[in-house]
Ligand binder design. Structure first.
Ligand code: CP
Length: 311
């Protein structure tokens, strides 16, 4: 269970204690990944299905590695090579997968809400690996894990999320998650990329990028999502980079021990310069490393793992 659910659909509704329980489990899992033999029998006999209808490098691979490190059987479903290309619906596809008795189905889909639809119809656990522009809860948890690892208690820290908030499922999960952990979350970006009413989720809107990153403890840069037509919301990529790209000059406004995050994939020279992405403040590859541990924890908790490991 995560919170009071046997699914992980979003971070809204999870308390600080719920999230801390996942992070503590992930800390134990990270230790397994540091061993010479990176495998334990914890989920032997369990079957995990990766049902990805959108491209992914980090999320899909790390869920697969996470399952295998816990000795579960991991199956990858490729939408382009499946019967969805013959017109089968998402629900029919999922019900047919369910007939093969998986324990956890991990879904990424372009339609917001699709994991909720499956959670209503299927008996197994569902994990949302990104639904449209809605949420990406495992990314939110690995971001919080990475922040906690470096900063300790997140209470009162200034977390800035910058860029295309409108299209970002990562932004929504991060706002809910970091707010639950006691951080002060600020969002910034071009006005066309800040959704109306985002304050209701707990974020403070700051139109000026410079004002937002002043005194920031953590800056999370978002990708310009050209596949979701982000380009229609700004005059040009060049102009976007000029006003909202993170470079060394702007980073100097933040706190001296600031952490720079990005969920990936990055557009070098657009939302972030290479100097920053590869520089000393960047924890982008730590996020990827921690993604395996956090996803091991998610699979473990949803597959009925014993509580002694996490309390
Ligand atoms: N952060 C993230 O979701 O990356 P992928 O699209 O590569 O999974």
């Amino acid at each position: 269970m995560i919170g009071n659910s046997n699914h992980l659909l979003g971070l809204d509704g999870l308390t600080r204690d719920d999230i801390t329980r996942v992070l503590n489990a992930a800390a134990g899992m990270k230790e397994i990944s540091a061993r010479k033999i990176k495998k334990v029998p914890t989920l032997r006999g369990k079957t995990i299905v990766n049902l990805f209808f959108e491209p992914s490098t980090r999320t899909r691979t790390s869920f697969e590695i996470a399952a295998k490190r816990l000795s579960a059987d991991a199956v990858n479903f490729s939408a382009s090579a499946s019967s969805t290309s013959k017109g089968e619906t998402l629900v029919d596809t999922a019900r047919n997968i369910e007939a093969m008795a998986p324990d956890v189905v991990i879904i990424r889909h372009k339609f917001s809400g699709s994991p909720y639809m499956l959670a209503d119809r299927l008996d197994c656990s569902i994990v949302n690996a990104g639904d449209g522009s809605h949420q990406h809860p495992s990314q939110g948890l690995l971001d919080i894990f990475t922040a906690r690892e470096r900063k300790g208690d997140l209470t009162g820290l200034k977390v800035v999320i910058a860029g295309d908030i409108t299209h970002s499922r990562v932004a929504r999960s991060d706002i809910y998650g970091f707010t639950a952990m006691g951080a002060n979350v600020h969002v910034t970006g071009p006005p066309t990329m800040i959704p109306v009413g985002i304050e209701a989720m707990g974020a403070t809107v700051q139109p000026s990028f410079e004002a937002a990153i002043e005194g920031a403890d953590i800056i999370i840069m978002l990708r310009i999502q050209l596949e979701r037509k982000s380009g229609m919301l700004i005059p040009s990529l060049r102009e976007y980079a000029r006003f909202f790209g993170l470079n060394a000059e702007r980073l100097a406004i933040a706190n001296k021990d600031v952490l720079v995050m990005h969920p990936g994939p990055i557009n070098r020279g657009i939302e972030i310069s290479s100097e920053i992405a590869d520089g000393p403040y960047s924890v982008i590859l730590d996020q990827v490393e921690n993604g395996v541990a956090v996803r091991m924890a998610i699979l473990y908790l949803l597959s009925g793992g014993i509580d002694e490991m996490v309390d």
